[in-house]
Structure formats: structure tokens, C-alpha cells
Design a protein around this ligand. Structure first.
Ligand code: PLP
Length: 407
């Protein structure tokens, strides 16, 4: 697919063609999880039906072929993120597990009492709680880079906060509430100058814009397949070779060792050191198909499509009386969180659902950010590769109906 042909893209998503007799789905929750194209569903199903075998354990042909495909996806992931080396790609269960891996392996071996982990005011709980648990265990603390009223990081505060005590800076590439795309390369440059390593939570960016970990200059980048048109249960931890190499294992088990004795065990090099146990093989194969699918469209086309939708939606949503959007950073991604005066987000979400429109309501796993915004919850509409202006029109029309019912 060379140019972005939305109808051709949508035709590849069975969920969008609707079940017989069922209302067409207006899916506006891609920030939570994405729909799956037929190529991903088929890749996983065909693998189970025809080619199934375990990886890195079998001498027989099926296992060796499965291993080759599994490792082939690792190379696709390297290329997708433009990592330098294929062994910088660790498969995890997703973003949450990837952050926990770094916090427990790198964090526990590096952080000491009195040290700090710097996060930002817009982080998802995964990028707060994982660090908090480790900080509590070792006597370190979390510090927080604030945001301004437009939903952008207050970079003027960064150098003051980057004291020699800060060993890790962990921040979202794109906020899952505000849509803000953070200036990660700039933060990484300043954090490195202060002696900290940088973890970028790419859960919201990886499927929506080109990502080049070398350009970002980060030490770790994490993302989830299920938000990238791929299967659930798999994700990526990218770790810079030198950093991964020095990290101890965080889970023990099969396939991450060289030798095991009751007194001592020696461990594999990365990435295998961090992939204990049988991995989600079919899901990784499906993820490979998703990476090919996204690359086939071209993430620059995808980003342009979603920016166009965001601008259109921002304009149209303001037609709804009393509607307030959170986050107005220039170049924000396809995520729009909002409230309507006098109406509970849960009521709005439920009444939209009755019209076949799927949005997210709640705190979006970002309670500290909700506190900063002065609300307990919001409605959130978010876009994906298959979203259209017609989806946004349906949302706006749906909100007018909701107002009619609730006011
Ligand atoms: N970080 C961000 C910014 C997210 O939006 C999400 C999911 O919503 C996560 C982390 C957690 O991702 P997962 O549940 O796939 O591990």
C-alpha cells in the first residue's frame, strides 16, 4: 500500500464490517487497544493450524521453523524501532511488564537509598507504580516533572530536578490522556548529561508515528503489540546493548540460563536472559504481521491521517455546548479527553455505547494527572489507522443526543 487509502485499510478489519444484523461499530478507543486486521488474525490462526511448534527447545523441524519465524519478528521489531542490534529487542507481555522488568532488574541493582526516579505528571500508572514499588524497597523516591495548562512538560524545571540523585528518568512518548508528544530527545540529552538513564513509554506512540530509538537517544523504549494492531500478550522492551548487558535477570526459568547448579547458575546474554519460560509464540508471529501491516501503510502517512482527524475532531467537539478538552499541545496525537459541564463521564460513555459508539471513560490509569486536571475522570475518544471523519461526526451527533437526554 503506497498511499493512505482509508477505505482499503478499513476493509481489512473484520470488526468494522459488522456482524450480520448488528449496528456498525464506531470504535473510538484505540488508545486502550486497537482492532486487528485480517493479516494478523490469519497469521496467528495459520500458525496454530499448520505450523505450530515451540521455540528454542525442539530438534525437530517444526520447532526449528517456529524459532526462525519468532527470531524473524525480533529482527522486524529491531527495524521498526531502528535499534542498532537485534539483541537489543526483548519480548515481554507488554508495556507494563517491560517497565516492571527495567524497574526490577536495572532499578533494583542501581538505585540506592536517597536516589530518585524522575517521572512526569502525565504518566500512566504503569510508569509510576512500577518505579514506586522499587523505590520503596530500596529507600529511593519518585520526583515529578510538572506540566503546564496546555498539557506540556515544564522543561524549565527539568535541569533543577535533574540532581545527581536522579538515576532514572521515565516518561511517556505520547500521553494517553492529553495526546501530548513529549520532546523525548531533548529530555534524554539533558538526563544523560546529568548521569541518568532514560526510559521512554511508547505505548501510545509506537503505532501512530515513526519511532527511531537512536534518534530519541533513549536507553529503554517499551510498547505493547495489542495497541499496534497486533495480538495481546506481547510487547517489546528495547534496551541499549551496553545497559541490557549489565542488567541481572529479573525472572528465573527455562531458556535464560547457560548452566544451572544447585549452588550457582550462569545466565544467557540479552535478550534471552530476560525471556524466562516459553514465550507467547503465536502472538509474536501475529505481532510480526502487525508490524508489516503498519510499515506497509507507512507511519508517516498514519501520523498525518491521525493529525488530520485530531484537528477535525477538536473543531467539531467544540460545537457541543459545555464541552471542555484537556490537552492542547501543538502536534498532539489522536487522543482527545474531555468532559461536558454537569454530566458524568460514565453516563456519557454509557449513552454513547447505546448508540454503538465505543469511547473510554474513567481516570485512564492516570490518577495523578486527573488530580492535576482537577477532575476525577473524563471521556476519551482516540483514533487509529482505521478511524474516519464519519466516526467523529457520529460521536458529535451522539453527544448532542446525550445532552438531550441528560440535560
Ligand atoms: N503506558 C501508557 C502510556 C499506556 O497508555 C498504557 C495502556 O493504556 C500502558 C502504559 C500500559 O500498557 P499495557 O496495558 O499494554 O501494558
Amino acid at each position: 500500500m503506497s498511499a493512505f487509502d482509508i477505505e482499503r485499510v478499513r476493509a481489512q478489519f473484520p470488526m468494522l464490517s459488522g456482524r450480520e444484523g448488528a449496528r456498525k461499530l464506531v470504535f473510538l478507543d484505540s488508545a486502550a487497544t486497537s482492532l486487528k486486521p485480517r493479516v494478523v488474525i490469519d497469521a496467528e490462526a495459520d500458525f496454530y493450524a499448520r505450523d505450530y511448534g515451540t521455540v528454542r527447545r525442539g530438534i525437530y523441524g517444526l520447532s526449528q521453523a517456529a524459532t526462525a519465524r519468532y527470531e524473524g519478528v525480533r529482527e522486524k521489531a529491531r527495524s521498526f524501532l531502528n535499534a542498532r542490534e537485534v539483541n537489543e529487542i526483548v519480548f515481554t507481555r507488554g508495556t507494563t511488564e517491560a517497565i516492571n522488568l527495567v524497574a526490577n532488574s536495572f532499578g533494583r541493582s542501581v538505585l540506592k537509598s536517597g536516589d530518585e526516579v524522575l517521572v512526569t505528571a502525565m504518566e500512566h500508572h504503569a510508569n509510576i507504580v512500577s518505579w514506586q514499588l522499587v523505590c520503596k524497597a530500596v529507600g529511593a523516591t519518585l520526583s515529578v516533572l510538572p506540566i503546564d495548562d496546555s498539557g506540556q512538560l515544564v522543561l524549565a524545571e527539568l535541569d533543577r530536578l535533574l540532581s545527581p540523585r536522579v538515576k532514572v528518568v521515565a516518561l511517556a512518548h505520547m500521553s494517553n490522556v492529553l495526546g501530548t508528544v513529549n520532546p523525548v530527545a531533548e529530555v534524554a540529552r539533558r538526563a544523560h548529561a546529568a548521569g541518568a538513564v532514560v526510559l521512554v513509554d511508547g505505548a501510545q506512540s509506537a503505532a501512530h508515528m515513526p519511532v527511531d530509538v537512536q534518534e530519541l537517544g533513549c536507553d529503554f523504549f517499551v510498547c505493547s503489540s495489542h495497541k499496534m494492531c497486533g495480538p495481546s500478550g506481547v510487547g517489546i522492551l528495547y534496551g541499549r546493548h551496553e545497559v541490557l548487558e549489565a542488567m541481572p535477570p529479573w525472572q528465573g526459568g527455562g531458556d535464560m540460563i547457560v548452566t544451572v547448579g544447585f549452588d550457582e547458575t550462569t545466565f544467557e546474554a540479552p535478550p534471552y536472559r530476560f525471556e524466562a519460560g516459553t514465550p507467547p509464540i503465536a502472538q509474536v508471529i501475529g505481532f510480526g504481521a502487525a508490524l508489516d501491516f503498519l510499515d506497509g501503510i507507512g507511519r508517516e502517512h498514519l501520523a498525518a491521517h491521525e493529525h488530520g482527524l485530531t484537528d477535525y475532531a477538536t473543531g467539531r467537539l467544540h460545537e457541543v455546548p459545555g464541552l471542555r478538552v484537556f490537552g492542547s499541545a501543538p502536534g498532539k496525537g489522536g487522543i482527545i479527553a474531555f468532559v461536558i459541564d454537569g454530566m458524568a463521564p460514565y453516563d456519557i460513555g454509557t449513552l454513547l455505547d447505546e448508540q454503538g459508539i465505543a469511547v473510554r471513560v474513567g481516570h485512564h490509569c492516570a490518577q495523578p494527572l486527573m488530580k492535576r486536571l482537577g477532575v476525577a475522570s473524563t471521556v476519551r475518544a482516540s483514533f487509529g489507522v482505521y478511524s474516519t471523519r464519519a466516526d467523529i461526526d457520529a460521536l458529535v451527533e451522539g453527544l448532542h443526543k446525550v445532552r438531550g437526554i441528560l440535560s
